[in-house]
Ligand binder design. Structure first.
Ligand code: NG6
Ligand code: CA
Length: 501
């Protein structure tokens, strides 16, 4: 089947706008997925935030679809991103847990991935920004080409951060090579012990410009203490305050370089994950401290990125998705006044919990989709999940694959043509699971090891079964487990079945 005709057949049965039908050979849409890091449901003005304004993100909502029930599969980064890229539930890979910066790549070379599907369809593929899926075979020499890496996952081009802002190695990796690494000053990384003579956050607090609240006692890079230890590679060390603009430039370059061919870009914003170090342009701008400031910075990146699409004439036929890898958190290990200055801003909006939580605040995240040529702007309350992008976008670009995946083809829902979203979805908290089925969420009992009732109440751990109707009770305050034994029993059975499959 010719590429151009496949789009027509996929969209057959749906009413296409005249503009698209008029073209005899519509080009396949470019596809872009922007994934913010720890951005909450309530952090965007289009989701109801009042104290913070996000005109860039809101533009996608206004010109596209805003999903009110958009989910990732997990309340932390690695498992969530793993599902988005592979179409598999995170528990199908025991290594899909928050990874250190020197972890091996957890996506097998043979596995189908979203970028590989796009490549099959003739797309040029790129990954810019946060990675956090491991790199190499577990014994990476950062001074050589990292293998396997982004290329083996399906990206023609990559400019990435290995793990998180707060984890070593604090360098960028472009097409498998450490950027600005100098053979006279090789980089060494360890998550076991410090390198002799190197300062650390734990031992040298006098050297810090940002102090930890929990952990983060490892190497000091750019005045910020990290997780893990690194030595050498001084010329390659990143500057947190320049990171946003650098990723933006690389993402824009990718658009420019590939404007004449269908492309797929995964743009991983590093904000508002810790350490929150905004560029000077944004310092103090939100009145909510560094967390608010880096959200404004992220929003500016989105705005500028959209302007570049306009400038290149790509807006009309580009399908762009904006979302987050997991729910929000205030204190995530640095004293950056996120808690003190949040005021009445609700990072998870009306939802309970946040990052790491089994409640909806952990996995129900901002989810916006725009494709002006085809998709009518609006709001959708259908249950959609990032994991389903693999099957849905494969179908959009006319591709098949033989792997068995958990990803379901919900393309009509993503395009706003149907409100019949996914029926059920298993949600991963920090280490445990909940089940959403229709409007219901069931959380099985989990013992609380933290001995901290507030933490347990945020994360969703309890000695009893919890059952919520999130349509009537989005804040998950009224536990219906005792009142609705039949519903509870049905969901217990379904949960066992799904987790076994
Ligand atoms: C935790 C870190 C937290 C963050 C998280 C990963 C501490 C105390 N906490 O271990 O700061 O890095 O891992 O976040 O070290 S994620 O969004 O990439 O999953
Ligand atoms: Ca995250």
């Amino acid at each position: 089947m010719k590429r151009s005709s496949s789009i027509i057949s996929i969209l057959a049965g749906v009413t296409l706008p005249v503009s698209l039908l008029a073209q005899t050979q519509p080009k396949q849409p470019n596809i872009i997925i922007i994934v913010a890091d720890d951005l909450g449901y309530g952090d965007l003005s289009c989701y109801g935030a009042h104290r913070i304004h996000t005109p860039g993100m809101d533009r996608i909502a206004n010109e596209g679809i805003r999903f009110t029930q958009g989910y990732c599969t997990a309340a932390t980064s690695t498992p969530s991103r793993y599902s988005l890229l592979t179409g598999l539930y995170p528990w199908t890979n025991k290594d899909a847990k928050i990874l250190p910066g020197n972890a091996a790549l957890i996506i097998d070379n043979q596995q189908i991935t979203l970028p590989k599907i796009m490549k099959q369809a003739g797309y040029v593929t790129g990954s810019v920004g946060k990675w956090h899926l491991g790199l190499g075979d577990g014994a990476v020499d950062w001074n050589k080409t990292v293998y396997p890496g982004a290329k083996e996952v399906g990206y023609d081009y990559s400019f990435i951060q290995a793990a998180t802002n707060d984890r070593v190695p604090c360098i960028f990796i472009e097409n498998g090579k450490g950027v600005n690494l100098d053979s006279d000053d090789p980089l060494f990384v360890s998550y076991k012990e410090n390198f002799q003579g190197e300062p650390t956050g734990k031992d040298n607090p006098e050297m810090l410009r940002m102090h930890p609240s929990v952990g983060h006692g490892g190497s000091i890079v750019n005045g910020v203490p990290r997780i893990g230890f690194q030595k050498g590679g001084k010329a390659a060390q990143w500057k947190d305050e320049d990171m946003a603009e650098l990723f933006l430039e690389k993402a824009k370059d990718f658009l420019k370089d590939n404007k004449d061919t269908p492309f797929f870009l995964y743009y991983g914003l590093h904000q508002p994950h810790v350490p929150r170090v905004p560029n000077q342009k944004f310092v103090g701008k939100s009145g909510m401290g560094a967390r608010g400031d880096v959200i404004l910075e992220a929003d500016w990146c989105v705005s500028e990125f959209l302007k570049e699409l306009d400038r290149l004439g790509l807006t009309e036929n580009t399908l762009i998705i904006f979302t987050s890898d997991n729910g929000p958190v205030l204190d995530d290990g640095y004293q950056d006044q996120a808690v003190e200055l949040v005021g009445d801003h609700k990072v998870a909006g009306p939802l309970r919990g946040g990052k790491t939580s089994l409640y909806n605040g952990g996995t129900c995240i901002p989810f916006l989709l725009r494709w002006p040529a085809v998709v009518k702007p609006g709001v959708s309350n259908a249950l959609v999940c990032q994991m389903d992008l693999l099957a849905s976008l494969a179908s959009l670009v006319g591709q098949t694959y033989s792997d068995k995946v958990d990803s379901q083809n919900t393309l009509p829902v993503f395009l706003g043509r149907s409100s019949n979203g996914r029926k059920e979805l298993v949600l991963e908290g920090y280490f445990n699971y909940a089940l959403r089925d229709g409007d219901w969420v069931m959380i099985p009992p989990y013992p609380d090891f933290s001995n901290d009732p507030e933490d347990a109440s945020f994360c969703g751990r309890s000695n009893c079964y919890q059952l919520y109707n999130v349509e009537n009770d989005p804040g998950q305050q009224i536990n219906l487990a005792e009142k609705e034994p039949k519903q509870l029993h049905r969901m217990m059975m379904l949960f066992e079945k799904l987790k076994r499959e």
